[in-house]
Design a protein around this ligand. Structure first.
Ligand code: GAR
Length: 226
């Protein structure tokens, strides 16, 4: 059911029943509340996919416990064990490939990924970012939104490309910024948006409604307008 598969994955899928759900490999660095929303959506069958594995670059990430609680295999690749970013990326790429995902999900994964890895997974790797991209890429988005006095904020799901937080946008959710908001109240409301839009975007991909072609994200055959 998952598009943008490797030829190996297509071969493997031809041997299994057609209803085999899309295999997700989820990368995390921290709390993993988005991971939890994805696990819950899979369990509720609103997301026709299966979390095949969770990978963290942080050994203490609480999201690893969430995965274990759901009987999902976990892996840790600690970035501090690698002298060069490219060595970390190479190890990560190799591990993800062995897990044969239909889609790779970045869910609060706080490492910048290099050209080789992002091109390898082009069209089959998604990220969620806590801002209305292209505004506020990078870190500390909630504080920066408040400092700028803008009246709208939100979250964005996008395909991952080599440029940080700049890949083709799939889905966004907007919220008003209120006069008494703090970074933490904004973060809480943006998180609630994320739990809704990330499983929905993943479901589009898992049911082959969504794909990336020539740097444009298509939903049901039509280009997605940001
Ligand atoms: C989420 O808000 C996600 O958008 C953000 O980290 C948080 C992770 O929360 N991701 C980024 O900032 C990536 N640039 P979680 O671990 O509870 O899902």
């Amino acid at each position: 059911m998952c598009s943008a598969k490797s030829s190996k994955a297509i071969e493997a899928l031809s041997l299994v029943k057609p209803s085999e759900p899309c295999r997700l490999v989820v990368l995390i660095s921290g709390n993993g509340t988005n991971l939890q929303a994805i696990i819950d959506a899979c369990a509720a069958s609103t997301l026709p996919a299966k979390v095949a594995a969770v990978i963290s670059n942080e050994p203490a990430a609480y999201g690893l416990q969430r995965a274990r609680d759901a009987s999902i295999p976990t892996h840790v690749i600690d970035h501090r064990d690698f002298g060069r970013r490219t060595d970390f990326d190479e190890r990560l790429k190799g591990l993800i490939d062995t897990l044969e995902p239909g889609l790779v999900i970045l869910a609060g994964f706080m490492r910048i990924l290099g050209l080789d890895l992002t091109e390898h997974f082009l069209g089959r790797m998604m990220n969620i970012h806590p801002s209305l991209l292209p505004d506020y890429p990078g870190l500390n988005t909630h504080a920066r939104v408040l400092a700028d006095g803008v009246n709208e904020h939100g979250a964005t799901v996008h395909f991952v490309t080599p440029e940080l937080d700049a890949g083709p946008i799939i889905l966004q959710s907007r919220i008003p910024v209120q006069a008494d908001d703090t970074p933490s109240t904004l973060a809480e409301r943006v998180h609630q948006c994320e739990y809704e839009i990330y499983p929905r975007a993943i479901a589009w991909f898992a049911t082959e409604r969504l794909h990336l072609e020539a740097s444009i994200a298509y939903l049901d055959g039509a280009p997605i307008k940001a």
